[in-house]
Design a protein around this ligand. Structure first.
Ligand code: GDP
Length: 195
């Protein structure tokens, strides 16, 4: 059964928690640069260019906020570990994301993206560890599922779940290019974002 796309509209970009408008309920996406975050947000919304706003030079390191018709919000957090970002920008990432994750009352789930083709990196696991320590509700989404050969998929699914210390069924596998797993993710997000 196909699930309707999330009707996301870009609202604003900010650098800190206090910039963000109030929200009744919010989910946020985070992941290493190049993990496929923009593609996934676009796939969930069935829009080609939506998350492009987050890619506009100067906005890459900002918190970008989208809204649904019911007032619920979706946040695209800056990607971590981006080599081209100057050190002084990198130094800002930690405090910015930490204050958002620790202080955003509306946040119901953080979607932590890992690259399904390569599995969780050291940086991903550090992020996951921090999220767990701070008791932030999260969901692991493995991206680029289409890049894993079908014969390798079951093994890879087991490996990613183990590395994240989760049951296999608790990792969402998705392919933004092929659309695999997008309905399941949409359905889950729509449930979370009910107001
Ligand atoms: P971001 O930096 O995390 O926002 O990542 P992007 O969405 O820009 O994707 C990074 C690269 O991975 C781009 O070249 C995308 O085309 C590619 N990519 C993203 N999602 C998928 C996917 O599901 N399958 C495949 N094969 N490539 C993907």
């Amino acid at each position: 059964m196909s699930v309707p796309p999330l009707q996301l509209t870009f609202v604003m970009s900010g650098t800190r928690l206090s910039d963000l408008p109030d929200s009744p309920v919010e989910v946020a996406f985070v992941g290493r640069s190049n993990v496929g975050k923009s593609s996934l947000i676009n796939a969930v919304a069935n829009r080609k260019q939506l998350a492009r706003v987050s890619k506009t030079p100067g906005r890459t390191q900002l918190i970008n906020l989208f809204t649904l018709p019911n007032g619920a919000t979706v946040v695209d957090l800056p990607g971590y570990g981006f080599a081209a970002v100057p050190t002084r920008e990198k130094a800002k990432w930690g405090p910015m994301i930490e204050s958002y994750l620790l202080g955003r009352e509306a946040l119901v789930v953080l979607l932590l993206l890992v690259d399904g083709e390569i599995g969780p990196t050291k940086l991903d696991l550090q992020m996951l560890n921090w999220v767990q320590e701070n008791e932030i509700p999260y969901l692991i989404v493995a991206t680029k599922a289409d890049k894993v050969r079908p014969s390798k998929l079951a093994g890879r699914q087991q490996q990613v779940a183990r590395a994240c210390m989760l049951e296999e069924r608790d990792v969402f596998w998705a392919s933004a290019s092929k659309g695999t797993g997008i309905d399941r993710l949409r359905g889950h997000l729509l449930d979370l974002l009910k107001v």
